[in-house]
Design a protein around this ligand. Structure first.
Ligand SMILES: [Cu+2]
Length: 150
């Protein structure tokens, strides 16, 4: 009986510790420094008004797709064409306003793997504002191998 109770509390202690680690990493979008050997990726994103020109849609985010690796520190420099835009990545709780002529910056750890939508947030940047979307792809980290390197 005592043995079971001890096993159970050890189990919950491990579950709690893993959860705490995960939430600490995921909930610090502005954390610039890190004591681990994380690699950093720097990406400049340009936001411009979406519009129809000669039957084609132009503008939006450049790039429209960002691919990073899980665990990387992602530093985004955000620039706007002429009007106010806002980068919103709901899955990472990121929302940054981008003023014209003044680059904005955001740094976060790509802790969660998957494909996430980013869009222009709560600003009205034009009639096609809702089309201003892109994808953040966080490729899962390779599982750590126990086989020693030769
Ligand atoms: Cu916009």
């Amino acid at each position: 009986m005592m043995e079971n109770s001890r096993k159970s509390s050890t189990f919950w202690l491990i579950v709690f510790s893993i959860s705490a680690l995960f939430f600490t990493a995921a909930a610090s979008p502005n954390c610039g420094g890190s004591k681990t050997n994380r690699s950093q990726v720097n990406i400049t994103m340009i936001a411009s008004i979406v519009q129809y020109r000669h039957g084609k849609l132009i503008g939006g985010w450049k790039p429209k797709k960002i691919i990073v690796k899980q665990g990387q520190i992602v530093h985004l420099t955000l620039e706007s064409d002429a009007v106010l835009h806002q980068l919103s990545i709901p899955a990472y709780r990121i929302r940054v306003t981008i003023y014209p002529d003044k680059p904005a910056h955001v740094t976060f750890i790509a802790a969660k793997p998957g494909t996430f939508i980013f869009k222009c947030g709560d600003v009205d940047c034009g009639p096609l504002h809702h089309l201003m979307q892109g994808e953040l792809i966080v490729e899962p980290a390779a599982p750590k191998s126990n086989v020693p390197k030769k």
